[in-house]
Design a protein. Structure first.
Length: 196
């Protein structure tokens, strides 16, 4: 019977196996979330990140930068509208002020801007063409189905764009087209994360 241990004993053994918490871990737990909050405030308000970073000692500042950088990188997205474009610009400016390797950051930003330009120009044209093709194909299918069921489609006008099936197919198609850009953008965002 002495072999049976309580859940508390098992948990205490696991905690002992983890070892002591290091000073770096404690600082990370405290200051990374503060950096995340700082970045969120920066994106919403008109804060000066350099001034805000100056309020922390050197030990805390590296963790604050880590948390803030994560949030800023996460907020760089495909420029689907003007609001996203503005948010991207602000996030990129914030990252540039936080990172020491300004040249490395600017090189990645240049590649990101190329993605954004391509997305806005050729990507928009591709999305428009794919949408029109989907609409025509879907319209033909609906016409055929109506013809089979009713025998005639004379006088029937169906708004294809309002059909739930069409909306679902459109969402899938647009997500598929955007995924090419998103995958490349995510690669660049990982590179940004690695820059100090």
């Amino acid at each position: 019977m002495s072999d049976i241990r309580s859940a508390r004993e098992i948990a205490m053994e696991k905690v002992e196996e983890l070892g002591e918490v290091t000073e770096e871990e404690r600082l990370g737990w405290k200051y990374v979330p503060e950096g995340e909050k700082l970045a969120a405030r920066y994106l919403k308000q008109n804060l000066n990140l350099a001034t805000e970073m100056g309020k922390y000692d050197e030990k805390a500042a590296s963790y604050i930068k880590e948390g803030a950088s994560e949030i800023l990188i996460r907020n760089i997205n495909l420029p689907q509208n003007e609001s996203t474009r503005k948010n991207n610009k602000k996030a990129m400016e914030g990252l540039k002020s936080l990172k020491k390797d300004k040249i490395g950051v600017e090189n990645i930003f240049s590649r990101i801007r190329n993605i954004f330009t391509h997305y806005a120009e050729q990507g928009e044209q591709q999305r428009r063409q794919a949408y029109e093709q989907l609409k025509a194909e879907f319209g033909d299918k609906v016409q055929q189905a109506m013809q089979q069921q009713l025998g005639t489609t004379a006088g029937l006008k169906i708004d294809i764009e309002r059909q739930p099936q069409f909306q679902e197919e459109r969402r899938k198609l647009m997500a598929q087209l955007d995924s090419q850009y998103t995958n490349l953008l995510n690669e660049y965002k990982q590179e940004l994360s690695a820059i100090v």
